[in-house]
Design a binder for this molecule. Structure first.
Ligand code: SF4
Length: 349
């Protein structure tokens, strides 16, 4: 069996606060295969961005601390590497693009210089060669007149163009994995669709795996192959996008889907009115012992507040005929599906 490109197992991240140790990631496990797009979805404060920072070796330490688990990129545990080795991996093997390009791009250098710099950090090439390749990358991300645009400063470009430049920097060294953290949040719907198309095409052309981090189930439907739904620092549902969107299991996943306008779920059911998930994500230092979603869950059972449900496979996860669906990849952490209080989070992939 082929090994995954990235294997995350039982990852625990804790932060030291004045009130004690707070666990922000609680036994997160997932795989990313070469060339696939995994979506990680959840509201703000669910742990999505902290997962990305952990993969990049960028958890601020202290006060943060990776307290357990394993992050293996092609069988190499990134948690065993020192800062110098991690710097080398960042950009060449794993790269990340952020939601607001203006805060990531340097205002005093042209965009061509910034892409060329990213290349020269990882490859022994001349300035001229780096700039030629920077212009090629601008062309690859569909920026018109790439040669003249390479001489532009970030403030001279539109928001959509700046995000394209960030994607060009992220992909310049052809990393095996690109992490895109809310890459289209600041953009309007038309530009958002263009950026999604661009990411999809580049992923196919370069065979780059992508982790898409978003609060928006609509973005997951557009772009991802598989999805992990996060709530309060844990993964609560994981599976193929088709299965999770058509037959969501966890009440939180259903709530996220119901928040999205025009998102088709099961076509056999009438389209429902948009609803909001009542309540807010709980503070991580005030969690109950059981299911963190219980205070917001309309289907909570009597023991939900006290017993933490395990992320486990759902035997009857697929009620629809899907050629490419794999029942073994459908996981959910919810007592409605008979999962128990076992501590392990399990894994799909
Ligand atoms: Fe709701 Fe209980 Fe399932 Fe949590 S475990 S999502 S509270 S039914």
């Amino acid at each position: 069996m082929m090994n995954a490109l990235l294997e995350v197992r039982d990852l625990i991240v804790e932060f030291k606060t004045r009130d004690g140790i707070v666990r922000v990631l609680d036994q997160i496990s997932f795989d990313v295969n070469a060339g696939e797009i995994l979506g990680i979805v959840g509201e703000s404060g669910c742990g999505k961005s902290m997962t990305a920072l952990s993969l990049m070796g960028l958890v601020p330490t202290p006060p943060g601390n990776i307290a357990g688990g394993r992050i293996a990129m092609q069988d190499q545990n990134l948690l065993d590497l020192d800062q110098e080795q991690l710097r080398h991996i960042r950009g060449s093997e794993i790269s990340m693009i952020f939601q607001e390009p203006m805060s990531s791009l340097n205002p005093v250098f042209t965009v061509g210089e910034q892409i060329a710099e990213a290349l020269r950090l990882h490859e022994k090439i001349s300035s001229k060669e780096a700039m030629d390749r920077a212009i090629d990358m601008l062309q690859a991300v569909d920026i018109p007149e790439p040669e003249s645009r390479s001489k532009a400063y970030p403030h001279q470009l539109s928001g959509g163009m700046r995000q394209r430049v960030m994607i060009a920097i992220g992909l310049a060294c052809r990393p095996k994995l690109l992490i895109a953290d809310e890459p289209t949040t600041a953009l309007d719907a038309t530009v958002q669709a263009q950026i999604f198309d661009l990411l999809k095409n580049l992923q196919k052309d370069m065979d780059t795996a992508i982790i898409l981090i978003t609060h928006d189930m609509g973005a997951i439907a557009e772009l991802a192959d598989r999805v992990a739904v996060m709530y309060a620092g844990r993964i609560v549902e994981q599976g193929s996008v088709v299965n999770v969107l058509m037959e969501p299991k966890h009440p939180y996943t259903k709530g996220l889907i119901d928040c999205v306008p025009h998102l088709e779920t099961n076509p056999s059911t009438e389209r429902k009115r948009l609803t909001e998930i009542p309540g807010v994500v709980p503070a991580l230092d005030k969690l109950n012992q059981g299911c963190a979603f219980a205070p917001r869950c309309a289907q909570a059972l009597s023991h939900c507040n006290d017993i933490k449900p395990q992320l486990d496979s759902v035997d009857n996860a697929v009620n629809i005929e899907l050629d490419h669906a794999d029942k073994n990849q459908e996981l959910v952490a919810c007592h409605l599906y008979g999962t128990t209080g076992n501590e392990s989070q399990g894994v799909a992939g």
